[in-house]
Design a protein. Structure first.
Length: 144
């Protein structure tokens, strides 16, 4: 019960932050990404506001054995860059630039985003379901 309450409060705070920062405004996000055109640098404050608390949280988590609510902490990610990470990052960035949304803001915009936000979210879900199947097929072809 307490875990669900914290999940709800964290999600609500995250969504409110996305709304206030303008991350759900596709024109603002595309303006941030348009560094060679009419660049809008204001989302740099959002980036800084996300990186600083996470850097502190990572330092605190390094010293802990369990999460605050008693669950296990996930293992540290592999620091090496692999082709899956690079290709996935490029695809994510292309989708973000074309649509002006990424998964968090897409969820937050469902309440007011209209058909465009819903179409983006459905397309994202299709990609998430299809990606493992495509990855398996590529791996089979590579080993054949």
């Amino acid at each position: 019960m307490i875990r669900n309450l914290f999940a709800f409060l964290s999600g609500a705070l995250f969504g409110l932050g996305l709304l206030i920062s303008g991350m759900v405004n596709t024109a603002k996000v595309q303006g941030w990404l348009d560094v060679f055109g009419d660049w809008d640098p204001t989302l740099a404050f959002v980036l800084g506001g996300a990186i600083l608390p996470m850097a502190i949280a990572w330092r605190v988590a390094e010293r802990r054995k369990t999460a605050v609510l008693g669950g296990a902490l996930p293992a540290a990610p592999d620091p090496r860059l692999g082709h899956n990470l690079v290709v996935g990052s490029v695809l994510f960035g292309m989708g973000w630039g074309l649509a002006g949304l990424c998964p968090g803001p897409a969820m937050a915009s469902l309440s007011f985003g209209g058909w465009g936000g819903l179409l983006f979210l459905l397309s994202m879900l299709v990609g998430m379901v299809g990606a493992p199947m495509i990855r398996t097929r590529i791996d089979r072809l590579a080993t054949a």
